[in-house]
Ligand binder design. Sequence first.
Ligand code: ACM
Length: 265
Amino acid sequence: MEFKVGVCQFKPELMQIDKNLAKMESLLESISADLIVLPELAASGYLFNSEEEVQNIAEDPMNGPTATLFKRLAKQLNTSYVIGFAEKAENGIYNSAMLVNPDNSVHIYRKTHLFFEEKRWFKAGDTGFKIIRAKNNVKVGLMICFDWIFPESARSLALSGAQIIAHPTNLVLPWCQQAMITRSIENGVFSVTSNRIGKEKNGNNTLNFTGMSQIVDTKGNIIHRMDKNEESVFVTEIDPLESDDKGITEFNDLFLDRRTELYRS
Ligand code: ACM
């Protein structure tokens, strides 16, 4: 099965939702793909200093500016998209990602493991690690940024049948891109990590994001890794069905060889 998967890397401007969405549209409007992954909190930026700021950028998951743009692009370009956004819910605000399909469906994942000061602004996600069908019925699992450091995130998605892990990020620590190679190997899945770039400053706080967005195959080969500063979209053709084969050798299988009775939960 041929499936064109892509990753988009850019520098959002803090709290400039319209400007950031316009930039994403200009990066994507000429790109033909089946699935493209964009960064965490892509329209809003990341470094908040108050609850008020977060309230101001939080969006309705179905009809906010991010959902509106990506529903339009999905239909226009016949592409599924995964993009991180701040989700305004009845009981609070979540650091979420949406998967938007050409058939106008929108599916939400809420970040399970919040990083650092995110715990001040966001509620911990309650959706869990579910499989979402993207274009062509491909099975996509969503996790967001710091979820990577808990191997259970990718494992749960793979055990549920994910063929591609779509991983929007705003990475500041140096380890994730290398670790995601292992996540792909140990679970036999493709992973697409989309990171942002640039320095973000808010008051006295500053963060530097590490770029190096990447697509990794089921054996841990880096199909493509961007550099630390480029703003671009990369698309490659993969066969998602490769993820359904968990064999390692004639005698070994990633899932059948698990000894869950000896593991701690
Ligand atoms: C992160 O989870 N945004 C580091």
